[in-house]
Design a protein around this ligand. Structure first.
Ligand code: PLP
Length: 386
């Protein structure tokens, strides 16, 4: 059976150029810290990838810190040890719809304040203003450019202006936005950007924290040892993964404009089919600007767990929102923060498209959903047509 993969926000399949670059890099025998020719060849692969990640976010190569992924990059960024122009942040501001890697990965302890979001998942700007007005010292704010569950795009530039005016620093979690929409230091105004390789078609296990400029200082490494990655993150670099990350970023950036239009058209068609087959469906965040590739929806009375299994049996990979490490369907904290009822949250599904997606995928979604509704609808009073 041909599979239809609609879960690019969990992991986007490896792009051809990334695969080729990784295979090539596996032939490099050396350690990038060694000074012999083999070491220099490995170093060249890492530095070439650094240039490509810098180009993706409009930064400088020397300000790219490679990590094992975005979770680690957020753990590195969300610490009180950074010093900006106004000194070290004394508190952390976190919107409630951020990824758990930020919500649970920071080191501010009880000096972290959760900010509310509205019914579309957008940061409540009045609550932000109130938090910034409190004379509690310079804040560090972490804000996603795009939400992984709903695709909703935050007004990062406007938020960054407010935070900077209050003497604070901004970390932008660009994991879902980078390579899909323009997401650079210029478009966000952020001081640090976090990116992940496997969300843009690179291998899993690589990511980066990119700093806006050298004026940002931090004297506490995340991992101590040999001083690699400007001393922030010791340990021999994962050369093949970093090289694949760079190649994926370059490919995503090269095709971003045309892909955004193509995927938006596919996503809109998928949503039109959804509403034709299930007119009672809710599309989360539909009133806000969204990524072109993501739709999060719920069909009242159709549980996410049942639907995911039925789609899987029909050959389609969807998700219930955030991928949970236990493989179970977990209640979404994002939808809860948006005020979605428990009942509807239990029905929440996500389809996220990407470079492999085609018209045929949308057609397969429509056929599978029609079948599921017909089968489950026969058993369920809720879904039975009146
Ligand atoms: N931030 C967002 C918005 C994400 O979607 C994810 C992954 O789902 C992460 C951070 C963590 O990324 P990684 O898998 O590279 O650790």
């Amino acid at each position: 059976m041909t599979r239809v993969y609609l879960d690019h926000n969990a992991t986007s399949p490896l792009r051809g150029p990334a695969r080729a670059k990784m295979l090539d890099s596996l032939r490099a025998a050396g350690n990038p810290s060694s000074i012999h020719a083999e070491g220099r060849a490995a170093r060249a692969l890492v530095e070439a990838a650094r240039e490509k990640i810098a180009a993706l976010v409009g930064g400088r190569a020397r300000d790219v810190v490679f990590t094992s992924g975005a979770t680690e990059a957020l753990n590195l960024a969300l610490r009180p040890h950074w010093r900006g122009p106004q000194g070290a942040p004394t508190r952390l501001l976190l919107p409630a719809a951020e990824h758990v890697a930020a919500l649970d990965g920071h080191r501010f302890g009880d000096r972290a304040e959760i900010l509310p979001v509205d019914s579309n998942g957008l940061l409540d700007l009045a609550a932000l203003d109130a938090a910034l007005a409190r004379a509690d010292g310079p804040p560090l704010l972490c804000l996603q450019a795009a939400n992984n569950e709903t695709g909703v795009l935050q007004p990062v530039t406007a938020v960054a202006e407010k935070v900077h005016a209050a003497g604070g620093l901004v970390v932008c979690d660009a994991v879902q936005a980078a390579g899909r929409v323009a997401c650079t230091f210029e478009t966000t105004g952020a001081d640090m950007l976090v990116v992940s390789s496997h969300k843009l078609g690179g291998p899993q296990g690589a990511g980066a924290l990119v700093l806006r400029d050298a004026a940002l200082r931090c004297d506490r490494p995340l991992i101590r040892g040999g001083g690699q990655e400007r001393g922030f993150r010791a340990g021999t670099e994962n050369v093949a993964a970093i090289a694949g990350f760079g190649a994926a970023a370059e490919d995503a950036l090269a095709h971003r404009g045309e892909e955004a239009g193509r995927l938006a058209a596919l996503r809109d068609r998928l949503e039109a089919e959804l509403l034709r087959l299930a007119p009672a469906a809710t599309i989360f965040g539909a009133a806000a600007p969204r990524l072109p590739n993501t739709t999060a929806f719920a069909i009242p009375g159709l549980s996410a767990e049942t639907a995911l299994m039925a789609f899987d049996l029909a050959g389609l990979a969807l998700s219930s929102g955030s991928a949970c490490s236990s493989g179970k369907v977990k209640r979404s904290h994002v939808l809860a923060a948006m005020g979605v009822s428990d009942d509807l949250t239990r029905s929440a599904l996500r389809a996220s498209l990407g470079w492999t997606s085609t018209d045929a995928d949308v057609a397969a979604f429509s056929v599978a959903l029609g079948d599921i509704l017909a089968r489950i609808g026969r058993k369920s009073a809720v879904l039975r047509p009146k």
